[in-house]
Design a protein around this ligand. Structure first.
Ligand code: NAP
Length: 343
């Protein structure tokens, strides 16, 4: 039985859910895919790092981080002075990168993923920053090392967006898309319809582990805009920087406006879109008041939706209902299986 050694960079909501999911799926991984996994290293921002080639106990690591303690006490190897050094020393087969997003540079995640690929690991992330800022570089580096750079969870968590276009829709051309891609904003708008203040609604999404580490990234439309840029770059093949996207968040929508729309049979939604207009790709994120006949109207709570317009399938929609960090973890797990199968 092949064993894949794993290193986690970032060990918050998503990575902890992934470690539970990996434990729950060991039997299926072994019997259906012919491999098992062992966690050999974990690094965080403020809770230390640890490496143990014999295997780290993920439950112990979760307990330490949850208690606000350092992982350093689990270390059974020569101490690394930096996360990059830990990646290089880990001799892992697969790196999972789940640190907070930096929208404008993708760092330090880009450096972590690059170091992993240079060491011959598969590099898998739920972090949008490195995808929008270094998709081409990391994909080419992975190909040169016969490894994979995969990021299914970066848009719509565990829903298969990139693997769908990579595998199941050959030769299709995407002309544009519209969607609700930031589940935190969608839930905040709904909570305001129900009478919560903006601040109460934001707090609630944080307690669910749904909001970004910095929730301003959700409410100001950054998360939605970066997803638009990623879809345009990866699926439409048009490299788009976040600065090229017209972006308005949901701060301009008050509870009164949300409730007034509902009374009129409509709802406020944060709509993401990109579309060819002549030779130009016009990309936007902004609140729109949608009618009951719109497919966006019934996207409730933290669900998300994207509808692609393609040359052969005029409207192809994907809904993801009620995501959680576990849903995101599933996207990472599916990337792992795809990397090992096809890497
Ligand atoms: N939450 C979701 O459902 C979801 C969905 C899709 C995508 N994502 C993406 O997944 C990633 C992780 O999200 P999360 O919800 O797990 O975040 P989180 O709970 O805030 O965890 C972030 C982790 O990254 C660590 N970290 C902070 N700065 C770091 C650095 N400079 N280098 C290495 N590690 C660092 C943190 O350590 P300390 O706590 O010690 O600082 C923590 O362990 C983000 O990029 C997010 O956008 C999340």
């Amino acid at each position: 039985m092949e064993e894949k050694k794993i290193i986690f960079i970032g060990f918050g909501n998503v990575a902890q859910s992934l470690s539970h999911l990996l434990a729950a799926k060991q039997e299926i991984l072994k019997t259906q895919y012919g491999f098992s996994t062992r966690v050999v290293a974990i690094a965080t921002g403020h809770h230390g790092m640890a490496m143990n080639p014999a295997g780290l106990n993920s439950e112990e690591a979760i307990a330490l981080v949850t208690a606000g303690s350092s992982l350093n006490e689990l270390n059974r190897s020569a101490k690394s002075d930096s996360i990059i050094e830990l990646i290089r020393a880990s001799q892992a087969d697969v790196l999972f990168e789940n640190s907070p997003v930096d929208v404008l540079s993708g760092q330090p995640a880009v450096d972590y993923l690059r170091a992993a690929l240079e060491c011959g690991m598969h590099a898998i992330t739920a972090n949008k920053g490195p995808v929008v800022n270094a998709y081409r570089e990391l994909t080419d580096l992975a190909a040169s090392k016969k490894r994979r750079f995969l990021f299914e969870s970066s848009v719509m968590d565990g829903a298969p967006i990139f693997s769908l276009f990579r595998g199941l829709l050959p030769a299709i051309e995407v002309n544009g898309f519209r969607g609700i891609l930031n589940s935190t904003s969608n839930l905040i708008l709904e909570l305001m319809e129900q009478g919560k203040t903006f601040d109460e609604a934001v707090k609630f999404t944080q307690t669910l582990g749904l909001a970004e580490t910095d929730p301003n990234k959700d409410v100001d439309g950054w998360d939605a805009a970066i997803k638009v840029a990623i879809i345009a770059t990866v699926i439409m093949g048009i490299p788009l920087k976040i600065e090229q996207i017209e972006r308005t968040g949901i701060r301009g929508i008050s509870p009164e406006m949300a409730q007034e729309a509902v009374k009129a049979g409509e709802r406020w939604k944060l709509i993401c879109s990109a579309r060819h207009e002549g030779a130009k790709l016009v990309a936007k994120v902004g609140p729109e008041r949608v009618k009951a006949s719109s497919p966006f109207y019934s996207i409730n709570g933290s669900s998300s939706y994207v509808q692609f317009e393609t040359d052969v399938l005029p409207g192809l929609g994907i809904v993801e209902s009620d995501p959680s960090p576990m849903t995101t973890a599933y996207g990472l797990l599916s990337d792992l299986v795809n990397a090992v199968r096809n890497g």
